[in-house]
Ligand binder design. Structure first.
Ligand code: DGJ
Length: 730
């Protein structure tokens, strides 16, 4: 691994054993993108720039003969330099001009990786793990510097990037756009991959051919959103799970983002990702700087499995932090779908008493324990326990649950305020709103204006008080509406387009403080299900509630899409009631269990209403899960089939030490007299020998990957099977 700068060719080369990334400083000192992909052993890539000659009606850049930035692959295009494709940076200067001209001035190559100020990012544990370079460009007329930072890791096929703008001048500059990355490729028959959906069907994998013009995904909602995840990839037409080049981009940010893919008329592709310029500007005062979020760029030469493995390893090992980073996650029971708001301490204790002997390790008290909240129309902001429902409060309940031998956790939604709350009556202006205009409610609530210091302080102090009030081991941090009427009365008119980003920065500050103060609390992020399932939140909270859709079949698609980027230990997956509350589908407890064995396992139904046989089945599921949870949560995932295309959906986990394998299969729909089918496994050792627990038979890796496991007779729709294999010989 290394980063070199070749003086003669003025070329940067970022490389590890498997990937290379080349940037060149042109004679005009513009930064040109030369190459990103499989490792190359050269520094002479200038010919890539020579071949372009296009008819264009634009003037030559700086009147240099045949030198047109629009025809060239650029590293970080600025608005104004005769390139009318989408810019990565766009500024407005005091005189109203929007033209900037950034040229290379210097660079600094160093071991390790710096922290991003105020923003989540991947990190190193040891300086030897990675190398970084900060490349400094300057617009000399306006005395503003642009610092492009890159890191390459030794052990992950990823390059991380971010950009920072520093105003060295005496005048204020307005940032209209400062993206995190730009990559100019030649189109190689790419498909565009992204994860999109809606509430209850988040992160479905979408794949479409690139078409001429701009194709984008974005969030304008104040959260990364249910609709689009901050991830995109370009994949060669022939790329699939196991083969083909994939170039993937994942933004470490939880608010408004954009990902642009622009295919120009000459078949060049420009990919960009970063903060969404929609309704965004930033007043960059003299002497201040602005930092963009980090984008993680993964090159995979062997398809989507290869891409996901890089993201999984990097995010599990160098994004997620804290005491739970590599610790087995507890089996939990959550009372939401069991009781909704209708509970008291007796009901809660009944569930807890039933759950504990079955092996459940953590009880999570969901929404409705505070203020006067008996439905979703009040009390957000009034975080004192409702003693009519819970006599003795959280302290009593937590110690009663602890006495049973289980840990105790709570639900909170600290970023919100209900108009029907004492907090709102005292501080009606603490929410995001435009004075004198109607305040639109979603789920009867407003969003607190975290861009204000005093509001942040309230949220932080409230959380500290709550977490100190009882033995609380887990927090489910929810967020159930998006932004509207974005405005803050604490800021002047020319800073109103900073509010969405300022809210995010302050949320990160609160989370940093809280997770540092309470290192033993397991935090789980949630946003009406998976409306903020992104790397930014994972930096603070090691797991996320995947979706409010707990139906086993629907989860196959949601979990498949989520697994493209996020490691299994990030995904919380619960067994819920049948018929399912979201789609009314009836599925067996067995299938619900197998589908939920895809990450952090739990239950979310009234188990006091289960029959003795069902409770016994649940006990067996939990015992089994505990035995294999290390393999599922921290093992290596292989997707064997695609729920969007295949009727039999299968996936497998190989433990980190390669000795245990868990294989899950769900048949979506029954067919009459199905032929005998076999499930071919992948990523095993060809010569190793494996036994299958279910039939005690011995197979070689070669057999399992060439012929496969016989799928037993499955009954009806939604039946499933699970195999556990052990490696007995290398
Ligand atoms: C939305 C979450 O996704 C649910 O699991 C539940 O916690 C509700 N909010 C509670 O209001």
């Amino acid at each position: 691994m290394g980063i070199t700068f070749d003086q003669q060719t003025q070329t940067f080369h970022l490389f590890n054993d498997r990937i290379s990334y080349f940037i060149k400083v042109s004679e005009t000192r513009h930064l040109m993108h030369l190459y990103w992909g499989k490792r190359l052993h050269t520094n002479q890539l200038d010919y890539i720039l020579a071949a372009k000659e296009y008819a264009t009606f634009l003037p030559d850049t700086q009147d240099i003969d045949n030198f047109q930035l629009e025809s060239l692959p650029q590293e970080f295009p600025a608005f104004g330099n005769n390139d009318l494709r989408s810019p990565a940076i766009s500024l407005v200067f005091e005189n109203g001009s929007r033209i900037s001209d950034f040229r290379y001035v210097k660079h600094c190559i160093y071991q390790g990786k710096k922290k991003l100020e105020g923003l989540p990012a991947t990190y190193v544990n040891d300086e030897q793990e990675a190398m970084s370079v900060d490349i400094v460009l300057e617009d000399t007329l306006e005395q503003v510097q642009l610092v492009l930072s890159y890191t390459i890791y030794e052990n992950y096929d990823a390059i991380t990037r971010s950009s920072r703008l520093v105003n060295h001048g005496k005048k204020q500059i307005v940032i209209q756009r400062l993206l995190s990355c730009n990559v100019d490729f030649t189109n190689e028959e790419f498909d565009f991959i992204h994860l999109s959906g809606a509430w209850a069907r988040e992160r479905h994998k979408k794949r479409t051919p690139l078409r001429c013009g701009m194709q984008s995904i974005e969030s304008r909602r104040g959260a990364s959103s249910h609709g689009q995840n901050p991830f995109i990839a370009l994949a060669h037409k022939d790329a699939n799970e196991n083969q083909g080049d994939v170039y993937a981009f994942s933004l470490v940010y939880s608010g408004n983002f954009v990902a642009n893919v622009e295919l120009d008329v000459y078949d060049n592709v420009r990919v960009q990702m970063g903060l969404n310029p929609f309704d965004f500007t930033w007043q960059l005062k003299a002497g201040t700087s602005f930092q963009s979020p980090e984008v993680v760029m993964v090159y995979a030469k062997n398809g989507f499995h290869d891409m996901s493995s890089t993201f999984h390893n990097l995010y599990a090992q160098r994004l997620i932090r804290g005491n739970y980073q590599l610790k087995p996650r507890p089996v939990l029971i959550n009372n939401w779908e069991a009781t909704y708001f209708d509970f008291d301490e007796k009901k809660i204790m009944d569930i807890a008493r039933t759950a504990q002997p079955l092996g459940v390790e953590l009880f999570v008290l969901d929404d409705g324990w505070f203020g006067k909240r008996s439905k979703d129309d009040s009390s957000l902001g009034d975080w004192d326990v409702n003693e009519t429902k819970l006599k003795g409060g959280l302290k009593q309940l937590a110690s009663d649950i602890n006495a049973l031998g289980m840990k105790f956790g709570i639900w909170v939604e600290p970023e919100m305020i209900s108009p029907n709350s004492d907090l709102y009556r005292t501080h009606p202006d603490w929410c995001i709103h435009v004075p004198k205009r109607h305040r639109s409610l979603a789920r009867t609530q407003c969003v607190l204006d975290l861009s204000r210091e005093e509001v942040c302080d309230f949220v932080l102090q409230m959380m500290i008080k709550t977490l100190s009030s009882a033995p609380i081991s887990y927090v489910k941090w929810d967020y159930n509406r998006n932004f509207s009427e974005v405005y803050s009365i604490a800021y002047p008119s020319d800073q109103q387009q900073e509010i969405a980003h300022r809210n995010m920065l302050h949320l990160y500050k609160i989370l940093e403080e809280l997770t540092t103060r309470f290192p033993d609390v397991l935090f789980e992020s949630c946003a009406g299900g998976g409306g903020r399932f992104d790397p930014g939140m994972l930096y603070y909270m090691p797991q996320t509630w995947t979706s409010d859709d707990t139906d086993a079949l629907e989860r196959l698609k949601i979990q498949y899409g989520t697994s493209m980027v996020y490691p299994p230990a990030c995904m919380s997956c619960h067994v819920s009631a049948s018929p399912n509350h979201q789609v009314q589908r009836i599925t067996s407890l067995k299938t619900r269990g197998i589908c939920a064995m895809s990450g952090n396992f739990g239950y979310e139904l009234d188990i006091t209403k289960l029959t003795k046989e069902e409770q016994e089945e649940m006990r067996e599921q939990i015992t089994l899960y505990k035995r294999i949870r290390n393999t599922i949560q921290f093992g290596k995932l292989t997707r064997l089939a695609d729920p969007f295309q295949d009727n039999d959906v299968a996936w497998m986990y190989i433990s980190q030490d390669d000795t245990e394998i868990v294989v899950n299969l769900v048949r979506q729909y029954a067919t009459p007299y199905p032929k005998t089918t076999m499930l071919k496994l992948r990523n095993l050792n060809v010569t190793a020998k494996y036994t299958v627990e279910q039939d005690s038979r011995m197979y070689t890796g070669e057999e399992l990957m060439t012929l496969g496991l016989i799928i037993p007779h499955l009954e009806g729709d939604y039946d499933s099977v699970q195999w556990i294999l052990h490696k007995v010989e290398d």
